[in-house]
Design a protein around this ligand. Structure first.
Ligand code: URA
Length: 285
């Protein structure tokens, strides 16, 4: 049968989705209701990676559809984006029972799906939400408390990109200080999206070029995130006195390997224990 689309990116993602939906590489396949593969614009420059599906995600087969998802959508609005304009996925594609933490063997079994998603989508920025996604994709055990808000130029699979760790929205739902930090980190995302990558064309050459000639077909996009130009002014300045994207002094240290372990981490499992909890009473913005 002919594919429903001739977009090679969408076709490659659909094939990978079918593989994930049939996957029985870990025991979560026995308890999940639906595989939560990921969704959004497969041509976006911006991808979010959370931890694992929770109750609602497992029921609907879609990522971030509960309270954490609502907060993520509100945060995206502050930079002029909707969830449809980014791609959203998780480390695990199946829900751990009772929202427990992912086990190492589950992460290992699911990792190839995430890496392949990144390779196919080829975003400029992968925004990791919380510890599990950050540690997996950075390859470092340094926790989110230390590395949030600091872009890391790296490779995932064959793709060069910026990893941009931020707090998990579900954790921030319960901790006002964390929510404030999360908001500030999200406001810096447009700046991170503008950081240079090796495949970029120098500006003077780009001015003459009829199409963006980045050298990695077949999954290039013509142009992305057009609404960023129309994004509202941030409510708080993005580091006015410091050079762009310097670490913010009171919050974090640069992710140097020699650093001691973080003194405090956000809750290991940021998903709310049950629907209808205190998050629903919180006025988020
Ligand atoms: N938390 C996650 O990490 N992922 C989801 O999809 C929902 C909540």
């Amino acid at each position: 049968m002919a594919p429903a689309t001739d977009d090679p990116v969408a076709v490659a993602l659909d094939e990978l989705r079918a593989e994930a939906e049939a996957c029985e590489k870990c025991l979560l396949s026995a308890t999940r209701t639906r595989v939560v593969f990921g969704e959004g614009d497969p041509h976006s420059d911006l991808m979010f990676v959370g931890e694992a599906p929770g109750y609602h995600e497992d029921q609907q087969g879609r990522p971030f559809v509960g309270q954490a998802g609502k907060l993520l959508e509100q945060l995206l609005q502050t930079i002029g984006l909707s969830r449809e304009q980014v791609y959203i996925a998780n480390v695990l594609k199946s829900r751990p029972p009772n929202n427990r933490d992912p086990k190492p063997e589950e992460i290992a079994a699911c990792e190839p799906y995430l890496v392949r998603q990144v390779e196919i989508i080829a975003p400029r920025v992968v925004c990791t939400l919380g510890n599990f996604a950050t540690k997996l994709l950075s390859g470092s055990q340094t926790g989110i408390t230390r590395v949030h808000g600091i872009p890391q130029r790296t490779h995932v699979g064959g793709r060069e990109l910026y990893l941009y760790p931020i707090f998990h929205p579900a954790a921030a739902l319960y901790t006002p200080a964390m929510l404030e930090t999360l908001k500030q980190d999200v406001l810096r995302l447009p700046e991170v999206l503008g950081l240079p990558l090796g495949g970029d064309v120098p500006t003077d050459e780009a001015a003459d070029a009829p199409v963006a000639p980045r050298a990695d077909p077949p999954v290039r996009r013509p142009i992305v995130l057009p609404t960023l130009a129309a994004a509202p002014e941030p409510t708080a300045p993005l580091e006015p006195a410091a050079p762009a994207l310097e670490p913010k002094p009171p919050q974090v240290q640069p992710p140097a390997p020699a650093q001691p372990p973080a003194p405090a981490q956000p809750p290991a499992s940021p998903r709310p224990p049950a629907p209808g909890g205190p998050a629903e009473q919180l006025g988020l913005f």
